[in-house]
Design a protein around this ligand. Structure first.
Ligand code: TRP
Length: 368
């Protein structure tokens, strides 16, 4: 397990144990299982970045509440959290390197959120485009107060562990910008407490859905899950959208923008096979059935190592729960220290200390 405060010795043997390894903080709302779109959009990047940074992954259930807050939604969180963490571990996130934590179990994050609410204006938040999109997608015709504050809570997440880098997709870029503004504003008002976190653009590719829609997404029902078994993958691939003009195998087809070939490019490591299929597709010399069978095989080859790791993790009951609980405890220690530093810098700690001292003196004078 990673220790809360890691010191790193550079591999070249020079002694530099005082430097803290840079911290990365990212995560998701616990809304369900992860799919291939999540993999190419973020998980793949996280697997790479965990080598370079001390990695924190938030399970942002308080953020989920900004659009989904029924009792039924909340009752799903522990299952969804477990699924999401298991998906990421199966995909290659190393539980020895990464720290997963549940946002709502660290109340000091909410405390920080309250303090940060005074460092940003309403018009500034109203200019964050993703919030309007989220409100619309959730069917709200008026902006919930909590949703307007979404980026502020996210700033609390990032800064409560003094995150240095934040890899997120496009929707979240503006949120990280708000975090940077809050960190700067805090430092200006109260002294240098926070690093100014850097945005790492993580969405290198957006994967189209199996139905050809621009994005793979659970709500559109066009996903292939990282946890799908081989038969499910074959069935889903067989049903994929391809070139609609190609009603027969001998009609030349379009490769560009064709989901089946976009997936071949993303997941089939046999480049010669892909090149051959494309050539024959363009020439009308291959049927969709063959293209899809080869794609299903490639996707299954891609998912196979994840299935192996999943089986290992699943054979240890309670393992994922322990990962989350241990990570949450470890993170809470860190957050408590940061929030204490924040309140000290702001003078809030002093306020109560003064009152306490006077109260103490009064009690003493009365001989109590
Ligand atoms: N906003 C992220 C999402 O779209 C989840 C999240 C919450 C997050 N807090 C974060 C991401 C902090 C990065 C850093 O689901």
């Amino acid at each position: 397990m990673t220790t809360p405060v890691t010191t790193s010795a550079p591999s070249d043997g020079t002694l530099e144990v005082t430097a803290r390894r840079k911290r990365m903080l990212t995560g998701d709302r616990p809304t369900g299982k992860l799919h291939l779109g999540h993999f190419v959009g973020s998980v793949e990047n996280r697997i790479r970045l965990q080598e370079e940074y001390e990695a924190f992954f938030i399970i942002a259930d308080l953020h989920m509440l900004t659009t989904k807050n029924t009792r039924a939604d909340i009752d799903q969180v522990s299952t969804n959290a477990r699924d999401m963490v298991l998906d990421q571990l199966s995909a290659g996130i190393d539980p020895e390197k990464a720290t997963f934590y549940l946002q709502s179990a660290i109340p000091e994050v909410s405390e920080l959120n309250t303090l940060f609410q005074n460092l940003v204006t309403v018009p500034r938040l109203e200019r964050v485009p993703s919030l309007k999109d989220m409100a619309r997608a959730a069917g709200k015709d008026e902006m919930p107060y909590g949703l307007l504050g979404y980026p502020v809570l996210q700033a609390a997440d990032i800064l409560c562990v003094k995150g240095d880098v934040v890899p997120v997709g496009k929707d979240n870029h503006a949120h990280v910008e708000v975090t940077r503004e809050i960190a700067r504003r805090f430092n200006n008002l109260y002294g240098e407490v926070f690093p100014i976190p850097e945005l790492v653009i993580s969405e290198i590719t957006t994967l189209v859905g199996t139905d050809g829609q621009a994005k793979m997404s659970k709500s559109l029902g066009n996903t292939i899950l990282l946890s799908d078994d081989a038969d499910t993958v074959r069935r889903k691939v067989r049903g994929m959208y391809t070139d609609p003009n190609r009603v027969r195998a001998d009609i030349p087809g379009t490769v560009e923008g064709n989901p089946v070939f976009l997936y071949h490019d993303a997941f089939n490591t046999d480049r010669d096979e892909v090149a051959d299929l494309k050539e024959r597709y363009r020439a009308g010399r291959v049927g969709d059935v063959e293209v899809k069978e080869k794609l299903a095989a490639a996707v299954n080859t891609f998912l196979e190592p994840m299935r192996d790791r999943r089986a290992t993790y699943e054979s240890r009951p309670g393992y994922v729960d322990e990962i989350i609980v241990d990570g949450t405890e470890r993170t809470r220690v860190e957050v408590k220290a940061v929030v204490a530093e924040v309140k000290k810098a702001m003078g809030i700690t002093g306020t109560y200390n003064q009152l306490r001292r006077k109260a103490e003196q009064a009690r003493k004078r009365r001989g109590e």
